[in-house]
Design a protein around this ligand. Structure first.
Ligand code: HEM
Length: 146
């Protein structure tokens, strides 16, 4: 993937503004609430019975931060996201058996939460760069599926 300087700047500056303790947990919780079938992969997280319990579940919050850490790896390796994510892709495919359609759903939840946090600073240009970044992340996560 080729990035323009403007895209690189947009992606890294969006990322620098985000609070990992809020964005990761809120995006994962939103995904579990809006797309309830994604809950099946997280049975060991305990109580996911309602939006309230999902939002208050410490294991969801903790895992949201782990996902955010994954995004950080991608931001730091913009020129080789595919290789950076090869082990994660293999894990989600071979061990976790996560249906890869779900990656895009979580990516969309991330965008919504980030847009909500950034407000007017999330301009169309910034959004375009950010969506491109997430599309590359999703594609990299899908690489080891066959
Ligand atoms: C684990 C990242 C999407 C289900 C993980 C881990 C990371 C990660 C970094 C920890 C890996 C490790 O322990 O070595 C991401 C990223 C995603 C994504 C960046 C997309 C933006 C999803 C989706 C699902 C999912 C959509 C299911 C609907 C899981 C599960 C685990 C996991 C079940 C193991 C949790 C545990 O045992 O604690 N993911 N993930 N992931 N992911 Fe994902």
């Amino acid at each position: 993937v080729a990035w323009t300087d403007a895209e690189r700047n947009a992606i890294t500056s969006v990322f620098a503004k985000l609070n990992p303790d809020v964005v990761g947990p809120n995006a994962l919780a939103r995904c579990l609430i809006v797309y309830p079938w994604t809950q099946r992969y997280f049975s060991k997280f305990g109580n996911l019975y309602s939006a309230e319990t999902i939002l208050g579940n410490p294991m969801v919050a903790a895992h949201g931060k782990v996902v955010f850490g994954g995004l950080e790896m991608a931001v730091k390796n913009l020129d080789d996201i595919k290789k950076t994510f090869a082990p994660l892709s293999e894990l989600h495919s071979e061990k976790l058996h996560v249906d890869p359609d779900n990656f895009r759903l979580l990516a969309d939840c991330l965008t919504l939460v980030i847009a909500g946090q950034m407000g007017a600073a999330f301009t169309p240009e910034v959004q375009a760069a950010w969506q491109k970044f997430l599309a590359v992340v999703v594609s990299a996560l899908c690489r080891q599926y066959y």
